[in-house]
Design a protein around this ligand. Structure first.
Ligand SMILES: NC(=O)c1ccc[n+]([C@@H]2O[C@H](COP(=O)([O-])OP(=O)(O)OC[C@H]3O[C@@H](n4cnc5c(N)ncnc54)[C@H](O)[C@@H]3O)[C@@H](O)[C@H]2O)c1
Length: 335
């Protein structure tokens, strides 16, 4: 691998961006030099810079004035500010890894795609689960998935409240299932309820693809337990993937000579690499080689477009079920 020095930075070092800084520091072994940490909350930028290295700045323009050699940046600001932040960086010739969800609207996602093309930038979207070693071990098992059952449940924490649970959590699974099903969406049904935050906190969605494959998604950010599971059935096989435990197993039905089919269990080997390290390493490789990243802005747009369609279906269900009339007055946590 070409490990020439490459100056990198992180913009937005809240609860998730801080992890990007930690991992870029570790990627010094691959030539990454964490030159700068940017956050409008300068005290936070200073604290993260003190911990992982780099110089702290309160804005992208201040950072680029001091470090014009920064060539690759993680954008981990709140989703509502992905577009202006990534725009400024790309216009100044910087390659970007934009956290998921790519943006808050398809129009914004399209603008990001055009900006990347116009300025010849390598631009990746942070769909981290693509780099989950359990997901990576699953691609080899895929034949023709016909039914997915996906659960992503989190205990409530007051973060990412600028978006609902579909854009916050479910979008990870939408990206993975879109890739695995590999077929256009034919129909979807969705119901979602705001419980604690004034935005939808729990959602149940059924998607049917043109291929006939059906996927059920449940996402909650108000659960009493943390669950991250994706299971699917395909001809003569059941596959179960646990994103958190990072393991996969399958059960296959096999004919035997005696006539009675047997059930054969299988557990593929799963690497122990941290997904974020794999993601940032892959991004830096794409930057060095000027190649299309493993997870493109178009992938981010596809997951976002489905998420937004789901939001529209949820709004229609909300109106049909006259949920406003039965809404219980609850104190809302402000985003
Ligand atoms: N890939 C994942 O698994 C994953 C997990 C969590 C969050 N995220 C994504 O990461 C992003 C950040 O989420 P978070 O939970 O860390 O949010 P957060 O609110 O904890 O942190 C955001 C940080 O950005 C700073 N900021 C805001 N506007 C800024 C600007 N214009 N310039 C510089 N700094 C700015 C804030 O001061 C804050 O420190 C979101 O898009 C979220 O969806 C991804």
């Amino acid at each position: 691998m070409n490990n020439e020095k490459l100056q990198v930075a992180v913009v937005g070092v809240g609860s998730f961006g801080r992890n990007h800084a930690r991992v870029y520091k570790e990627l010094a072994s691959e030539g990454a030099v964490l030159a700068a940490i940017v956050d409008t909350d300068i005290s936070r930028a200073r604290a993260v810079a003190a911990e992982f290295g780099g110089q702290a700045f309160g804005s992208v323009s201040d950072m680029l004035a001091c470090f014009p050699a920064v060539k690759a940046v993680s954008v981990a600001v709140p989703t509502v500010t992905h577009l202006p932040t990534a725009r400024e960086l790309m216009e100044r010739g910087v390659d970007v890894l934009i956290e998921k969800p790519l943006a808050v609207s398809v129009a914004e996602a399209d603008t990001l795609i055009s900006l990347a093309r116009q300025h010849g930038r390598v631009a990746q979207v942070g769909h981290l689960e693509r780099f989950n070693p359990a997901v990576r071990a699953t691609w080899a098992l895929l034949t023709r998935p016909m039914f997915f059952e996906v659960h992503r449940l989190s205990v409530f924490s007051p973060r990412s409240l600028d978006v609902d649970v579909v854009l916050d959590l479910m979008v990870h699974d939408l990206d993975i299932v879109l890739k695995m099903a590999n077929s256009p969406v034919r129909e979807l049904r969705a119901v979602g309820l705001p419980v604690l935050t004034g935005k939808v906190d729990i959602a149940s969605v059924r998607v049917e693809f043109e291929s006939g494959c059906v996927a059920n998604f449940t996402a909650s950010r108000i659960s009493t337990e943390r669950v991250r599971k994706l299971r699917f059935f395909q001809p003569a096989q059941y596959v179960s993937l646990d994103y958190s435990r990072r393991d996969v197993f399958s059960l296959s039905v096999r004919p035997t000579e005696g006539g009675m089919p047997e059930i054969a269990p299988y557990k593929p080997e799963v690497s122990t690499e941290e997904p974020l390290r794999a993601e940032l390493s892959s991004f830096l490789k794409a930057v060095r080689q000027r190649k299309t990243p493993e997870v493109t802005l178009e992938d981010g747009r596809a997951a976002l477009a489905l998420a937004i369609e789901i939001q529209q279906q949820m709004a229609e269900h909300h109106a049909r079920a006259r949920l406003d009339e039965v809404a219980v007055a609850m104190p809302c946590v402000k985003g």
